[in-house]
Design a protein around this ligand. Sequence first.
Ligand code: GAR
Length: 209
Amino acid sequence: MSNGETFRIGVLGSGNGSNLIAITEAIERGELSAEIALVLSDVKEAEILQHAKRRGLMACYIAPGKYRTKLDEETEKSYSCALQQADVDLVVLAGFMRILKDELLKSFPGKVINIHPSLLPSFPGVGAWKQALDHGVKFTGATVHFVDQGIDSGAIIAQEPVPLLDGDTPESLLDRIQQTEHRIYPKAIADIAEGRIISKGHRTFRSTK
Ligand code: GAR
């Protein structure tokens, strides 16, 4: 922790911000001892920015630059600078739909995490719940993982399965997956904040301390 007191989180998102809400509610309930220092989005009108502002959190839009699926070098530097200035201990991707390649991962080594709506390594990338439905698997789920330069390929921190039901539509399945996300993401962040996650190569272990 950088200031020896409060664990500071920076949240990056492009969409609805339901995971941001779950994290803020876990903080309010005292289940996660942390504060959200900054929320950043690459989408000007994203709901996540509105949610953050309504809760009095510092929230900014940073234009994503020239690419469609990643941040260009200069833009990634801007994200990284903003997070450093906010003195964050952990960067939490919550529906941030761009790949991070360099600057940000170098500035926060081992300190960038993501939530993904499948049981990785199955169904990385976009529309993971639709991929699961199309494939006809019986279980999918949600995964919290460290971010590396690959697509949803970093070491897994936490996972929980979600069954596919006969009547599932993409919407009903995503809704159940997200209910799971909202439970496991704040818990995983608390585990990291309390120093309970130990990394060994591509595996992580949860200590009981
Ligand atoms: C979440 O379901 C998250 O797993 C997914 O985007 C959604 C964001 O929802 N992320 C990815 O698919 C990343 N590959 P939210 O904005 O309501 O938290």
